[in-house]
Design a protein around this ligand. Sequence first.
Ligand code: SF4
Length: 521
Amino acid sequence: MQSDSIRNLVLVLGDQLDPGSSALKDIDSNLDAVWMAEVAEENTHVWCHKLRIASFLSAMRHFRDELAKRGLRVLYHELQTDPAHDRGTSFAEVMISDVAAYSPKKIVVVDPGDYRVRHQLQAAADDSWTPIEFREDTHFYCSIEQFAAYADGRKSLLMEFFYRHMRRTHGVLMDETGEPEGGQWNFDHDNRRSFGRSGPPDIPAQKSFRRDATTQQVLDLVNQRFADHPGSAEKLSVPITRRQAKAALKHFVEHLLPQFGQWEDAMWTDEAFLFHSRLSVPLNLKLLNPRECVNAAVDAWRTGKAPLNSVEGFVRQILGWREFIRGVYWVNMPEYEGLNHLDHQRELPSFFWDGDTEMNCVRQSMQHVLTDAYSHHIQRLMVLGNFAQLWGVHPKKFHDWHMAMYLDAVDWVSLPNTLGMSQFGDGGVVGTKPYCSGGNYINKMSNFCSGCRFNPRERTGEDACPFTTLYWEFLDRHTDRLSSNARMQMPLKNLGRLRQQGDLEAVRARAAELHAAWDHA
Ligand code: SF4
């Protein structure tokens, strides 16, 4: 193919590795070319974890090779060990130079999952005087237009009602009379167990995958070029090809799903994964389709291989929560990322980057983040997110940290989960109240406190659990903002009791000591 003979330059971004994507569906190998680029900016605009960089690059290179096997022409730019040899620093810069070189008639791309990237691409296409066609991301059950229509005119958006709407619309876990299977929409009551003193039952091993030469090359690159980035890339074991992703789904459904539901909120020392699937990584790279995940889980229930509470809990995460927050992201951007309902301005303490803290729950959770670029949803929400919120971290800074440190974080999924759900920065668009607690919740759901130098029941003094101190100080600080929230009445009533007892001065003093010690640590 001559350089001037390209009809469509079909862009594939790092989180669009969907072999059936709308951009690839009508590609003509005689006329069109796929274009992919590794660019430094995507790994440095937030200071990315080594494992996150490695998994994206390895997945992209494997996808490139798969497309080439299909007979497609792929123009691909690899990052070089020496940055001076890169084709450019930003996606737009590399794209503009290639559009100038190949003069395609049109640029085609699936709608990016990041508002910033969409606008960069539009601007780059405009600068190149080349039309760009954004195609719908058919990976999702619910299009952005469908979600906008659903949201239109509703005073508030509750995930639970959207989830029921999705179950009905797609006939998932519905019986022949149109009612939810099992006679109820959710099994939260069954799905909030802790392990108790005896600890977890036997946990089946996670599926892991051998490194091939492509992955090893990427790891060498990351360890040289991004040596000062956080974390380690040594434990790259998540699926990075479509074949591996399907194998991971099969393994989860057969071995982990049956027990997933009842333990989905539990935590335990040195157990990063428990019964969680970690399928968010291949899902968010689009190596897996949400329909195949939902269908596999529902099939497992129908054939008696997994109980309904587990299957419903898993379906809720994918068909409900994942689709809901994507909709929230797109109908509220770009204003959403600037929201800061609680007016929090602090930086994250340094232990969010190195895990060096005496708080055992935070140390444990950070260990998983540093070695696996992963922690499961309760460690994210009720340990790390909870601490950041109680500490008063700026919600966008927490989102940036999450984007840097987690394998499965892409903007559309991270922003509503962190700024909204975790930090209550949106004032109630995603969640109905701040998700915060003192040490007692962590003590109930894990064994972390028994190995900690702090006491979850103490709120003042040297041994007081920082979560407990900061929880009461948080409620005290935000009493006016939270007093109209029906779901915060009980905590505020309990706070009133402390106030009457004259205990709040000591809580404030202890919180001030913690800030003095850790604010600039
Ligand atoms: Fe975490 Fe507090 Fe328990 Fe220590 S005592 S593990 S800081 S909740």
